[in-house]
Design a protein around this ligand. Structure first.
Ligand SMILES: Cc1cc2nc3c(=O)[nH]c(=O)nc-3n(C[C@H](O)[C@H](O)[C@H](O)COP(=O)(O)O)c2cc1C
Length: 362
């Protein structure tokens, strides 16, 4: 009989929520994240460790497998962009129970991001606020790392314009194209993170005209690629767009060869009913809100994208998934695949196995 279990997952989740989470919350959030990535990267390099991690955290079941974008996924739960910005977890992602990995956002040029602290926890809301500012080692470095990594699961690469505020307008499109040329040939799919400014007044590539121009430029460049070097293209929108705004952008993207949509990126808005005291929210200041408070909005946007995109386009749902019930709601709203990020901070590394075990039962 096939062995499906990730035997340690219930104990690991219990231990994480009861002990490790409290201990890790005593340190700066980004410092903890950096340590976790370094540890996971090291484990990924050593075969014995990788296999041990896989025995503990990987949950396999034939009912979880699916083919999306012509790519075989062993399960539908992926690691969202932002967790592995520079492609360090490619070798361990599958052993940790993920069905796929979205690396990035990667920018054409290296960029340091904003001064720290720039990542904050809101435990009462099971949320985070971040203004990390798109740090990236740059497309060339990430491409070299991906090319030399053994892939356990399909790997999408999320691209963003270099966050240098002096790169605007046509130069912003050229910057996107530079990273596309370097990373498209080695990515299983490409996601364009379009919630980045491309005008001096802060308008982003989510502006309909800017989006249309960017997609036309990408189409032009990709025509020069051989078929097997032209990966499917997806676009990721922010949680701050209204459902009708998503619908219009989905329509115009589909007309320009886009195969799917990732919904959604973080939200700059602060919902009225947050449990975190207002004083604390003011102290933290600006940044993108992620985690539980954005789930309802994400469900709406996934539904809007699916309505317009029809059954053929791909919808990846991300935002506020803390457990199997949330993942099931995303599927019901129309997502083919889902991703987690903030949920890992609150639920621990057993989250993908826990979601997959329940999904397999359903
Ligand atoms: C610290 C942090 C950094 C992120 N960086 C990126 C990024 O570089 N590119 C991107 O497309 N999304 C980024 N995201 C957004 C996530 O991919 C995801 O869309 C969002 O966090 C909602 O999912 P969650 O509620 O499960 O965290 C980031 C999120 C966090 C918390």
């Amino acid at each position: 009989m096939m062995r499906t279990s990730a035997p340690i997952e219930p104990a690991a989740s219990f231990l994480y929520r009861g002990l490790l989470r409290r201990a890790s919350f005593l340190s700066e959030a980004e410092a903890v994240h950096a340590r976790v990535v370094a540890l996971a990267e090291a484990a990924g390099r050593a075969r014995a460790l990788r296999e041990a991690v896989g025995r503990l955290f990987r949950f396999r079941h034939p009912a979880l497998a699916r083919t999306v974008l012509g790519i075989r996924f062993s399960n539908p739960v992926g690691l969202a962009a932002g967790f592995d910005k520079d492609g360090r977890l490619v070798e361990i992602a599958g052993s940790l129970g993920f069905g796929f990995l979205e690396v990035g956002s990667v920018s054409a040029r290296p960029w340091k991001g904003n001064p720290r602290p720039r990542l904050f926890r809101l435990p009462a809301d099971r949320a985070l606020v971040n203004r990390v500012g798109l740090p990236s080692e740059g497309a060339e470095v990430v491409a070299a790392r991906l090319a030399s990594s053994r892939r356990e699961v399909p790997v999408g690469v999320n691209l963003v314009k270099t966050a240098d505020p002096s790169i605007l307008g046509d130069r912003a499109i050229d910057d996107f194209l530079d990273s596309y040329r370097v990373l498209a040939p080695i990515a299983d799919w490409i996601v364009l993170n379009v919630s980045c400014p491309n005008t001096a007044d802060g308008r982003t590539f989510e502006d309909e005209r800017a989006l249309a121009e960017l997609l036309a430029a990408i189409e032009d460049v990709s025509r020069g690629f051989r078929d097997n070097c032209r990966p499917p293209l997806l676009v990721k929108f922010s949680a701050d767009l209204a459902p009708e705004e998503v619908e219009r952008r989905v329509e115009l993207s589909l007309a320009r060869g886009v195969r799917g949509f990732v919904l959604a990126n973080s939200s700059l808005a602060r919902p009225a009913r947050l449990a975190t005291p207002e004083r604390e929210i003011e102290r933290i200041g600006r940044g993108g809100l992620t985690g539980k408070p954005i789930l309802d909005r994400v469900l709406e946007l996934v539904g809007a994208a699916r309505r317009v995109a029809g059954p053929d386009a791909v919808v990846v749902g991300v935002g506020g998934v803390m457990g199997p019930a949330d993942a099931a709601r995303l599927c019901a709203a129309g997502a083919d695949l889902d991703e987690v990020s903030t949920g890992l901070v609150y639920e621990g590394p057993g989250l993908p196995a826990r979601i997959n075990r329940e999904l397999a039962k359903r």
